[in-house]
Design a protein around this ligand. Structure first.
Ligand SMILES: Nc1ncnc2c1ncn2[C@@H]1O[C@H](COP(=O)(O)OP(=O)(O)O)[C@@H](O)[C@H]1O
Ligand SMILES: [Mg+2]
Length: 249
């Protein structure tokens, strides 16, 4: 049996995600203004992200590129509100992220943001199905189990629902992490080197999943990557060096 496409899955559900995705295109979905993150070490102040200013439009796929240690993960964590800046501002859609308190940021993330970490970050004591259900349960959504199951089927893990992370390969674990990030149907997906720990074939499958979401649902992608092929497929590339965005192409 062929797996249903994301848009077919949407059509099976209530709501009009397709229409929303289309009408929402071209609106700003992420905006950073003079975003700066410093940490204080015993002997000096280290600036990890310096005055980052840019905008991502709804439906775009944007890559963030830079050498190891250039501040990419820190920048992504700030954009998702997982970390707090020293100064500067971020808007997600119309909401100013750091004008909200931690609960407010968590609510906003739950409503519209998915995050895929390089190191998967699955909960070891939960099965694939339970890991994928978690964001829906936290949000109190209906039919968490059914929705998590169909999302796992979509990423090719319909036969692995009861497996624990240790019983899954790296590629399978990353697909569970992708399913967990997609299960709430976020408008915005951040992924930090999502293929960094995968072999090239498995990495390609994960990339396909991300771009299918982008194409079919208009999910905005902001991807940190070292992968030149992945970067090439994005609409734009932001280059970062020593914490500063140097240029885009
Ligand atoms: N909490 C922290 N305290 C001190 N240094 C940090 C902290 N977080 C990150 N760094 C440093 O900031 C730099 C950028 O880190 P990171 O954002 O992880 O880079 P990248 O993802 O581009 O490899 C690195 O040199 C890292 O060691
Ligand atoms: Mg990193």
């Amino acid at each position: 049996m062929r797996a249903a496409s994301w848009s077919e899955m949407d059509a099976l559900r209530e709501g009009d995600h397709g229409a929303r995705a289309k009408s929402g295109r071209d609106a700003s979905i992420v905006r950073a203004e003079a975003l700066t993150k410093q940490v204080t070490t015993p002997d000096h102040v280290l600036t990890i992200v310096k005055h980052a200013t840019f905008e991502v439009r709804a439906g775009e796929a944007v890559a963030i590129l830079g050498a190891s240690g250039s501040g990419k993960s820190t920048l992504l964590g700030l954009l998702a509100g997982l970390d707090v800046p020293t100064s500067g501002r971020v808007w997600i859609a119309d909401e100013e992220l750091f004008a909200l308190n931690e609960d407010g940021r968590a609510r906003l993330r739950g409503q519209m943001v998915g995050f895929v970490f390089q190191s998967f970050q699955l909960l070891p004591a939960l099965t694939a199905l339970e890991n994928a259900m978690l964001p829906l349960e936290l949000a109190g959504g209906a039919d968490a189990q059914g929705r998590a199951r169909s999302t796992l089927e979509r990423v090719g893990l319909g036969e692995r629902l009861g497996h624990y992370p240790r019983q899954l390969s790296g590629g399978e674990q990353q697909r569970v992490a992708v399913a967990r990030a997609f299960v709430t149907e976020p408008r915005l997906l951040f992924a930090d080197e999502p293929t960094g720990n995968l072999d090239s074939e498995t990495g390609e499958q994960v990339i396909e999943l991300l771009f299918e979401m982008n194409r079919e649902r208009g999910t905005t992608l902001v991807l940190v990557t070292h992968d030149a092929e992945l970067a090439k497929r994005c609409d734009r590339r932001l280059h970062i060096a020593a914490g500063e965005i140097t240029h885009e192409d």
